[in-house]
Design a protein around this ligand. Structure first.
Ligand SMILES: Nc1ncnc2c1ncn2[C@@H]1O[C@H](COP(=O)(O)OP(=O)(O)OP(=O)(O)O)[C@@H](O)[C@H]1O
Ligand SMILES: O=C(O)[C@@H](O)C(=O)CO
Length: 435
């Protein structure tokens, strides 16, 4: 192989394997890794061995395990790690939400414990910081903008209300082994200081340690220190640090991602997220497109009727331009729906409804789709049988334009928006950005 061939092959050798606990989290991470300079491919679930996926330095496996029972999350994450390690990944990042979404019986602890055991690791560094979107960790406490997590809108999340900002305490409640803290003073002192502190905590028998990070500069030593361990757990900030550390160590080379090919055609927004950000974005969208608000209680009681109504609305409006269909509602309405049907049942029913709407619309010829909400995105992407995503330009921090690969319906441009991401004009921007 000549010099160019070697450089090309090295550029595409898998260095970083990622397991994302939801689909918008996966595209967020894939976007961050691509912007940091890695070549990245995202698959929907563990890919079938016969799926032809382009070679890449980072592979992000999108799972939908944030809100499933812990045992199921553990076995699915283990299978994904096994595949990633067999494919050559030297480090595996378990991508969780930057707002640490999980219940006390939640999955971040059990999955982190299991991946640590499988990798034979002494300790797992854990950091959900993503300073670019206002998520920072100080003295183990997670902030969303200038509020503690427990005082942010995440306290009212429909599936995982986050009412404790002390992540050492939160992760301890979910973990088999005790949890430690690498505080900001060590992070400021650099990668070596973080490494020493992690080693000391491992020596005390701690299985995981929350690592502080309050700004982008902290992500570089964090990534270097994390790369010395086989497994880490965190959000896009840690992903950025790992990508930069891989490039700095020569295990990956900086590349520029290419633009997505144009898809064109009708566009629809489907929103299942009830986050404050998504609600504000829908209100802004109402000024320039028709928005159908689905009554969640009525839709759960009679899903066939809700499906028929949504499709009639779409058929009528789509010829004149983009439209939105949303189950999103104010926290009091969500609480009432959950009290009547149970949160899990209501969530699954509404995700299923939006996924069926997506299937029908794609069959009608829809080619550009924006989905708001991680669980909702997972349901939609799985229903459309999308196998992998190519990552395009960033629409807003944490949200790239993507191109669906392997879907039976053919080319489809997609933006999967995490509930809390994007400014008020996000939907207008997304429609412009989808090729
Ligand atoms: N009106 C409603 N009442 C009750 N539950 C709802 C309602 N609308 C949507 N849901 C459910 O709330 C959940 C929202 O989760 P989803 O992950 O899609 O959004 P999010 O949590 O805001 O986004 P992210 O996970 O990306 O932060 C889904 O299960 C959805 O079906
Ligand atoms: O980290 C985040 O906040 C997002 O990528 C996410 O996981 C949303 O579901």
């Amino acid at each position: 192989m000549d010099g160019n061939g070697q450089a090309e092959a090295q550029k595409r050798a898998l260095a970083l394997g990622c397991i994302a606990d939801d689909h918008t989290g996966a595209t967020d991470l894939a976007n961050t890794l691509a912007r940091a300079g890695l070549s990245v491919v995202q698959t929907i679930g563990v890919p079938d061995p016969d799926l032809a996926i382009p070679a890449a330095e980072a592979l992000v496996v999108a799972l939908k395990i944030r809100s499933v029972p812990a045992q199921e999350a553990v076995s699915r994450a283990r299978a994904a790690r096994e595949m990633l390690v067999a494919a050559g990944a030297g480090h595996v990042l378990y991508k969780i939400c930057s707002t640490f979404d999980s219940t006390d019986a939640g999955n971040i602890g059990p999955v982190t414990d299991a991946l640590r055991a499988d990798a034979g690791a002494a300790i797992v560094p854990v950091c959900p910081a993503f300073p670019g979107t206002g998520r920072t960790v100080y003295q183990g406490h997670l902030f969303v903008g200038d509020r503690l997590l427990s005082e942010s809108p995440l306290k009212d999340h429909p599936l995982n209300p986050m009412r404790d900002a002390d992540l050492v305490r939160v992760l301890s409640r979910q973990s088999a082994a005790p949890v430690g803290l690498v505080a900001h003073a060590d992070v400021r002192a650099g990668a070596e200081a973080i490494g020493k502190r992690l080693a000391a905590l491992a020596g005390e028998g701690r299985g995981a340690a929350i690592v502080d990070a309050v700004c982008d500069d902290d992500l570089i030593p964090l990534g270097q220190a994390a790369l010395a361990h086989p497994v880490s757990t965190g959000a896009s900030g840690l992903g950025h640090g790992l990508a930069r550390a891989l490039i700095a160590s020569g295990r990956a080379s900086e590349s520029v991602s290419s633009a997505l090919p144009p898809v064109g055609g009708p566009a629809v927004i489907l929103a299942g997220s009830s986050s404050a950000a998504t609600r504000a974005q829908l209100a802004a969208a109402q000024a320039f497109m028709p928005v159908m608000r689905i009554d969640a209680a009525a839709a759960i009681a009679d899903p066939e009727r809700a499906l028929a109504d949504a499709l009639a609305f779409a058929r009528e409006k789509l010829p004149s331009g983009p439209l939105a269909i949303a189950t999103s509602a104010e926290p009091e309405v969500v609480a009432a729906v959950q009290a009547r049907f149970g949160a899990g049942f209501a969530g699954a029913a509404l995700e299923g409804l939006l996924a069926r709407i997506a299937e029908h619309l794609v069959a009608y010829g829809l080619r550009r789709l924006v989905v708001a909400g991680g669980e909702t995105s997972g349901a939609v992407v799985e229903a459309l049988q999308i196998k992998a995503l190519r990552i395009g330009a960033e629409i807003a921090p944490g949200v790239p334009a993507t191109l669906a690969l392997g879907a039976p319906a053919g080319a489809l441009a997609l933006a999967l928006k995490s509930g809390n991401f994007g400014g008020e004009d996000f939907f207008a921007r997304a429609l412009e950005a989808l090729p």
